[in-house]
Design a protein around this ligand. Structure first.
Ligand SMILES: Nc1ncnc2c1ncn2[C@@H]1O[C@H](COP(=O)(O)OP(=O)(O)O)[C@@H](O)[C@H]1O
Ligand SMILES: CSC[C@H]1O[C@H](OP(=O)(O)O)[C@H](O)[C@@H]1O
Length: 395
């Protein structure tokens, strides 16, 4: 559905209600209520609801700047169009795993979508100890399907390159290039960490071999247009329940290295494996293993069944590609672990730990795990080797 376009203006709750009324068949005389519920770093999210019928929808609006910083950090409104289009493109391949998009408007920089508030943001649930039994199956499927179907292994090269142009997202990529791949490895003002981590952080800045590997990973991110990525697949971008999983917020979508999406998700699970113990920790380790198993099985099966690449049946080629994706996955996961601990954008899983000694100890563990994943990514050739590493570093 398209909206009669007008000039960009930031929505208020009243304006969001008026817009929702014009877009959705709410019952006659419904008295709609609206709340701005955005808790992310960049955008506004309005939830509009008819309390009587329970019907509702979400209007997400991009601001011409990053919400977390303010007008001093201008940011393209085009990200809203990228997000709406990526949701729809990914739903072609992973139906049921993303919210339905009801409408979008490029001028207003809005996406009107299904209200998922019957679910919980996975990060919040995981912090409370949720197990989310379907999480790794669903995200493994989502990753296998979206990444295979948007790659050169599935698309005509003209279509793949058309999509790469459509999803050119330089400003949002620059945020990732800075916040994930650069700033945490240098003494940069954007970094944010407790004084107790100073020595550990300086050791990262002074670690030549680590910085060389971080530079290589950044180069992959800058240059390898392998598939249409979600681009920011952390557990705050996933809604979940015992029986459902939905991926939201692909405003960082672009053509990049496949391992980036897989690695970001695994890194955010690894944070949970660091904060949990006993049986609850094992649930997360199982999710880590299962995500890779489901992703690689689905990718491999789609390759065999639907692959169009002339070399697809050449001995060992598929295995070479999957090994490359796995190596990249571990490296990108390592960078995400480091930036979520000492960079600009932290994670609540670690920051909300009240006991300071424990918090610092676990943050050091996250940094150590991140560094090991980056440095040893060529030696860790199986997902069980990664579980083994997590077990070793647990002590
Ligand atoms: N479709 C949705 N249904 C219900 N709540 C949503 C939906 N999309 C976003 N939200 C809420 O808004 C918050 C911020 O959304 P998100 O897309 O992550 O914004 P940002 O791009 O600013 O990070 C989410 O954590 C969630 O609470
Ligand atoms: C100033 S952007 C920082 C950080 O925020 C984004 O996450 P989200 O939109 O989900 O809050 C992204 O991870 C960026 O790196």
């Amino acid at each position: 559905m398209t909206i009669a376009s007008k000039q960009y203006e930031a929505l208020t709750e009243e304006k969001a209600i008026a817009l929702a009324q014009s877009l959705y068949p709410f019952p006659e005389g419904a008295e709609l209520v609206c709340r701005e519920i955005g808790d992310g770093n960049l955008n506004y999210v309005f939830q509009i609801k008819d309390p009587k019928s329970g019907k509702g929808l979400i209007i997400k609006q991009a601001l011409p700047y990053a919400k977390v910083v303010g007008e001093s950090w201008p940011l393209t409104l085009k990200r809203a169009t990228i997000e709406a289009n990526a949701l729809q493109k990914h739903s072609e391949f992973a139906p049921g795993l993303v919210p339905a998009v009801y409408a979008m408007d490029e001028e207003l920089a809005i996406t009107v979508m299904e209200d998922l508030s019957h679910l919980t943001i996975a990060r919040e649930g995981l912090i409370q100890g949720a197990a989310y039994p379907k999480l790794s199956e669903d995200i493994g499927e989502y990753l296998g399907r979206t990444l295979f179907h948007t790659s050169d292994f599935a698309l005509h090269p003209f279509e793949k390159k058309r999509l790469a142009v459509e999803y050119s997202n330089p400003e949002l990529c620059k945020i990732t290039e800075d916040l994930i791949f650069t700033d945490p490895f240098f003494n940069n003002d954007t970094n944010d960490y407790e004084p107790e981590l100073q020595a550990t952080v300086e050791a990262i800045w002074n670690n030549g071999p680590l910085k060389l590997e971080a530079a290589k990973l950044k180069f992959s991110f800058l240059t390898e247009a392998e598939a249409l990525l979600h681009g920011d697949l952390h557990t705050g971008s996933i809604f979940a329940s015992e029986s459902e999983t939905k991926v939201i917020d692909p405003e960082f979508a672009f053509y990049g290295p496949i391992g980036f999406d897989v690695g970001l998700f695994l890194a955010n699970l690894i944070v949970q494996s660091i904060t949990r113990s006993g049986e609850e920790r094992q649930v997360i380790v199982n999710h880590i293993e299962r995500t890779w198993e489901v992703f690689s099985t689905r990718f491999s099966e789609l390759w065999d069944r639907e692959g169009i690449e002339a070399y697809k049946d050449t001995a060992d080629y598929k295995e070479f590609i999957l090994e490359k994706i796995f190596r990249d996955t571990l490296g990108f996961a390592g960078c995400e672990l480091i930036r979520r601990t000492i960079g600009l954008a932290h994670v609540k899983d670690l920051d909300s730990i009240e006991d300071k000694n424990l918090r610092i100890r676990l943050k050091k563990k996250a940094l150590q795990t991140g560094q090991t994943l980056i440095l040893k990514r060529s030696e860790l050739t199986t997902i069980s080797a990664v579980s083994g590493l997590l077990e070793e570093l647990k002590q």
